[in-house]
Write a protein that binds this ligand. Structure first.
Ligand code: AMP
Ligand code: ZN
Ligand code: FE
Ligand code: FE
Length: 284
């Protein structure tokens, strides 16, 4: 690495389904000697103001972000918005809609879980989520607290994972609509953890044509071979590379803050791209 300065552009706090307070996450990032960290909670920007304040105090740049769950056909695509205006009206509307859909999914999921004989109810789910958009990790936590499962991972393996008995699809914003919303909010739109799907390449091509700015090359679920393949796709499609740890806090997954970082060079390219969207959205 040229100058050793590293950024992590994908992390979560307890304002969505992570476990750390925004200020705790930023303090940990500073201790990991990151120069910049993007806070990208699921379908909310509620952590950004606190995180930016903490970053100012601790001398680390906090990039305002969001991770939007989106849909293209019957595929779920996670879209990161980086360098966004966290207070943009367009994001407030998007977040409110996604929050409602997440709660509706939770209602169906809880009914199904009760039908299976599990000890769970919506009141406890709401209490665990504490105002955050409800995610499956919150449901996993309730199942764990009531002794239904041995760990949150066990909850996903037995009940909540795709194809398991409590799997319920949620409604999600269309991917192209989310790209446009991120641009209006002055951010760069980046496909998160594109995975190993055979249709990935075709889909990324279509989304690039629809204005997508970048794609995650670096992610804990990307082995070296996939990083190499996605990097090649970036070149081919004119997409900017990004990456991060997808850190959700201690005890949630095995990814650590500071691992899966990217160079500040990649971060600056994304910032430049976002500035173009900012200029375009302030002109209209
Ligand atoms: P949701 O947005 O409610 O569908 O939940 C997605 C979140 O659940 C992800 O961001 C992860 O934090 C977590 N998650 C998804 N799949 C798994 C899994 N198989 N094991 C553990 N956690 C998972
Ligand atoms: Zn998550
Ligand atoms: Fe994701
Ligand atoms: Fe994530």
């Amino acid at each position: 690495m040229a100058d050793g300065k590293r950024a992590d552009l994908h992390t979560h706090t307890n304002r969505s389904d992570g476990v750390l307070e925004p200020v705790e996450l930023i303090a940990k990032a500073a201790r990991a000697r990151l120069v910049a960290i993007a806070v990208t909670d699921h379908d909310t920007t509620a952590a950004i103001d606190d995180a930016v304040d903490a970053g100012r105090d601790l001398g680390i740049e906090v990039v305002a972000g969001i991770e939007v769950s989106t849909r293209t056909g019957n595929r779920e695509i996670h879209l990161l918005g980086l360098f966004i205006d966290p207070n943009a009206d367009v994001l407030a509307e998007l977040s409110e809609r996604q929050r409602r859909w997440r709660r509706e999914r939770a209602e169906v999921l809880v009914e199904r879980a009760i039908h299976l004989g599990l000890d769970i109810d919506l009141e406890r789910v709401d209490a665990i989520a504490a105002g955050a958009p409800i995610g499956r990790p919150h449901l996993a936590q309730v199942l764990l607290d009531a002794g239904n499962v041995r760990s949150t991972q066990d909850a996903f393996d037995r009940y909540l994972g795709i194809g398991r008995p409590c799997w319920v699809a949620k409604q999600m914003i269309d991917t192209r609509e989310a790209i446009a919303a991120i641009h209006l909010a002055g951010g760069a739109a980046v496909v998160a953890h594109p995975g190993s799907s055979r249709v990935r390449d075709k889909l990324l091509g279509e989304l690039a044509a629809a204005g997508l700015d970048g794609v995650e090359v670096v992610h804990p679920r990307h082995p070296a071979r996939r990083r190499h393949l996605v990097r090649g796709l970036c070149e081919k499609l004119g997409l900017l590379p990004s990456g991060g740890s997808d850190y959700h806090g201690p005890g949630r997954g095995d990814s650590r803050l500071g691992d899966h970082s990217i160079s500040m060079g990649w971060c600056e390219e994304l910032r430049r791209r976002a500035k173009r969207h900012q200029a375009a959205s302030s002109a209209c």
